[in-house]
Design a protein around this ligand. Sequence first.
Ligand SMILES: [Cu+2]
Length: 77
Amino acid sequence: MQSCHTARINGYVIEGHVPAQEVKKLLTTNTGLEGLAVAGMPIGSPGMEYGDRQQPYTVMAFDKAGNTQAFQHYPKP
Ligand SMILES: [Cu+2]
């Protein structure tokens, strides 16, 4: 789940090109999660726009124990 940059917001860890919408969802939902990550630098993710190209990617959630789960798929189904 490694990417090019890491942010911290309100105690959460945001790794990589996570859409703001998902960060907002994380901040407004009491999930018990540690943070969100988008691995790599997928084309079409925020900051990686390249025309109308859209490489599918998954925003992954993780907790302190290292458990992971899909948080949101892009493009959204
Ligand atoms: Cu990047």
